[in-house]
Ligand binder design. Structure first.
Ligand SMILES: Cc1ncc(COP(=O)(O)O)c(C=O)c1O
Length: 392
């Protein structure tokens, strides 16, 4: 029985908010929004609005390209948009793996692997949990390797007492759907040093009107409604229909952040701390309920800003079956981020990234999840059949 439908991450605004903001015709621009964004996070630095997180990666890499530095190090368990951005910027993608299937990273091993050809390393702060990567900073500086923090999933978390995004040389943010703050699409690039800020080159983007943005936001809203209606409908028929109609897609416009979405961003920033508290409470509930599954690691001195929980059950194959049942009941649990590692040639061995891609389950912990729903998910994942399993 489908009692309720819950996506993995849900916006904390509704389309009525967009309509109301559109009617008011208050027209802040992206600078107002991004200034508030920096203030909320306690960040100082130069920030630019960009069409997406992937463009932020591409443009900062292009802006800092140097002869002899032709590859970029990224985590193998990653969003394909990250590796596409590196390739679009004209660099070779090199991957590093987790040191264990629970998502830990051995920063000492990363230091050992750094080479003069590396132009940059992208730090994957996934699911709302930043890594403390301080161990690599000195070597990166001495080898002239740019450190880019990927904050697409992580807004408002701390590494020690420093806001995530301010520890490396640059940070990228995403305002796509499925992200901490959603504007339908969009992103930001932050430069933490004057030297880097002076090099960043952002291509000129056309200004956009409230009317145009409203029309695109209506399309985005239709996409979300369709996407959520399809949760749990996984028959061959439904999949084929989706392919034919392309109805489950919303192609990201390659534009800056216009006045309507800047106002929507300001509206969200006013409410973000409250929302974050709910998400953090929910993520901690999943941790506290764990008996037969492991949660995403949180390092020492880390204060997360959870976006989703990522778990792996003691019997990983059965976890996949449990997730499928939960989806049929209307809760989007599964190995969505991401079902394949960037480099999926296995060379005969199952790496941590391969195992996480196959068996790691995204658990929704957003502000619209009730404790009853979370209890049900945790109960099923803890199922008796998991008890004797061991993590692969
Ligand atoms: C970890 C991560 N980094 C970067 C991106 C790229 O962000 P955008 O979709 O705004 O290009 C995404 C999502 O798509 C992501 O999940």
């Amino acid at each position: 029985m489908r009692q309720t439908i819950k996506d993995t991450v849900e916006e904390f605004w509704s389309f009525e908010v967009v309509e109301e903001i559109g009617r008011k015709r208050a027209a802040p621009d992206s600078v107002d929004f991004l200034q508030e964004f920096l203030d909320l996070l306690g960040i100082r630095g130069a920030i630019w609005p960009v069409p997406s997180g992937r463009r932020a990666i591409e443009w900062v890499l292009k802006s800092t390209a140097k002869p002899g530095k032709d590859s970029v190090l990224i985590c193998n368990f990653n969003c394909p948009a990250v590796s596409d951005a590196v390739l679009n910027a004209g660099f070779v993608v090199e991957t590093f793996d987790f040191s264990s299937v629970n998502g830990s990273i051995d920063w000492g091993a990363i230091v050992e692997s750094l080479k003069p050809e590396h132009a940059a390393i992208i730090i994957p702060h996934l699911f709302g949990v930043p890594y403390d990567f301080s161990e690599i900073i000195e070597t990166c500086r001495s080898m002239d390797v740019l450190i880019i923090e990927d904050c697409a999933h992580t807004v408002g978390a701390l590494i020690g007492d420093r806001p995530t995004g301010t520890v490396g040389d640059a940070a990228v943010f995403s305002f796509n759907y499925d992200k901490p703050l959603s504007l339908g699409w969009g992103g930001a690039l932050l430069a933490n040093t004057k030297a880097l800020a002076s090099k960043v080159q952002i291509p000129r983007m056309e200004g956009i009107s409230v009317e145009w943005e409203y029309k695109k936001m209506s399309e985005f809203n239709a996409f979300l409604i369709h996407r959520r209606r399809m949760i749990g409908h996984e028959s061959i028929f439904h999949r084929a229909m989706r392919k034919i109609t392309r109805a489950n897609r919303f192609d990201l416009p390659d534009t800056s952040i216009g006045p309507l979405r800047a106002a929507l961003g300001l509206w969200q920033l006013e409410r973000y701390s409250k929302v974050l508290k709910l998400r953090n409470d929910n993520a901690n509930f999943v941790v506290d309920s764990s008996q037969n599954y492991s949660c995403w690691p949180v390092g020492k001195n880390i204060k997360p800003a959870w976006l989703r929980q990522k778990v792996i059950t003691n019997l990983p194959h059965q976890g996949i079956a449990i997730a499928k049942r939960l989806r049929r009941e209307g809760m989007r649990v599964g190995n969505f981020n991401w079902p394949k590692p960037i480099d999926h040639s296995q060379n005969g061995k199952e790496t941590a990234s391969h195992l996480l891609s196959r068996f790691g389950l995204d658990i929704p912990v957003h502000q619209n999840m009730s404790k009853d729903l979370l209890r049900k998910i945790c109960h099923d994942l803890n199922g008796k059949d998991q008890k004797d399993g061991i993590i692969a």
